[in-house]
Design a protein around this ligand. Structure first.
Ligand SMILES: *[C@@H]1O[C@H](CO)[C@@H](O)[C@H](O)[C@H]1NC(C)=O
Ligand SMILES: *[C@@H]1O[C@H](CO)[C@@H](O)[C@H](O)[C@H]1NC(C)=O
Ligand SMILES: *[C@@H]1O[C@H](CO)[C@@H](O)[C@H](O)[C@H]1NC(C)=O
Length: 263
């Protein structure tokens, strides 16, 4: 009898752990991100750390704790450079060290982390290697969000090319991680969201599509496009800048706030 009671307690502990784990798990429901088993929407708000190969000094637990405690973020985007100076192609070890330092700190601080493959063109075999490593290491954490390609430039003009790249990576990731969110890029530096909305990926769930906006460069009509796209697909603003797309120019706080309110 005593033995049966112990077994009973042990089962309760296990179920509880599962629920705890799942209470932070993100899902897509309709065009929203919801958390846990509820239908409660979750607003992700945070900061993009910028290229690790150039801004290595931010890829550590101190930065994550600072953003959590003082900025009150619940998401951080780790942008792992691929081609440029000291990026993943020439220094894999440092790229993974930077990324894993941020991921570990995010998990420890209950902050979601967007793992961004920071490139502008399709490199399927390299991306497959990268996401396989990350998924193998972190698939059991509910804080991981995979961002398949930062921004497709003019070398990847068509949605169909982006779509088949994404479908291939989704298959790779889903074989390891069955449920965490995956961010799918959209054409023209993540701005032509209506093209994705017209022909979304149906092979899997918990997919969310990328929109990047720099208010000094991009017209407000992109918000109408986003509103239209939201009828079919969920969107996430992985980069929203108050300046021009090149990072230069004056800050337009009013337009920036319109986008933040919209998101
Ligand atoms: C979440 O689940 C994984 C796999 O079952 C386990 O290793 C981990 O310890 C759990 N984490 C928490 C916070 O319960
Ligand atoms: C936790 O989430 C996983 C993945 O979505 C699911 O398979 C599992 O049934 C969930 N467990 C509980 C206890 O809800
Ligand atoms: C986000 O990160 C990318 C890549 O590191 C960088 O080019 C861009 O300027 C950043 N944008 C914002 C809005 O933080």
């Amino acid at each position: 009898m005593r033995k049966a009671m112990f077994v009973g307690l042990f089962l309760i502990a296990l179920v509880h752990m599962e629920l705890e784990n799942n209470s932070t798990r993100l899902r897509v429901k309709g065009n929203k991100i919801v958390v846990g088993n509820s239908d409660k929407g979750l607003r992700l708000r945070g900061v993009n750390l910028s290229w690790n190969n150039w801004w290595h000094q931010f890829y550590n637990a101190d930065t994550v704790r600072h953003l959590k405690n003082d900025f009150h973020v619940n998401v951080i985007r780790a942008a792992i450079g691929v081609e440029q100076d000291g990026g993943w192609e020439s220094n894999k070890q440092r790229s993974y060290d930077d990324l894993y330092a941020v991921i570990d700190a995010c998990i420890a601080n209950n902050v979601y982390v967007i793992v961004d493959w920071q490139t502008f063109s399709i490199k399927l075999s390299e991306a497959t290697e990268f996401f396989t490593n990350v998924a193998n290491k972190y698939h059991s954490s509910s804080y991981i969000i995979y961002d398949l390609l930062n921004e497709p430039d003019s070398s990847v003009p068509s949605w169909s090319a982006i779509k088949s790249y994404a479908e291939s990576l989704i298959k790779t990731i889903r074989a390891i991680d069955s449920s965490n969110l995956i961010i799918v890029p959209t054409p023209n530096w993540d701005q032509y969201v209506k093209q994705a909305a017209a022909d979304p990926i149906t092979s899997d769930s918990n997919l969310i599509y990328s929109i990047h906006i720099y208010v000094g460069t991009h017209p407000m009509s992109y918000m109408d496009d986003a509103r239209e796209a939201l009828k079919t697909i969920p969107l996430i603003g992985g980069e929203i800048g108050a300046m021009n797309a090149d990072g230069d120019g004056a800050l337009d706080v009013s337009k920036f706030n319109q986008w933040i309110d919209f998101l």
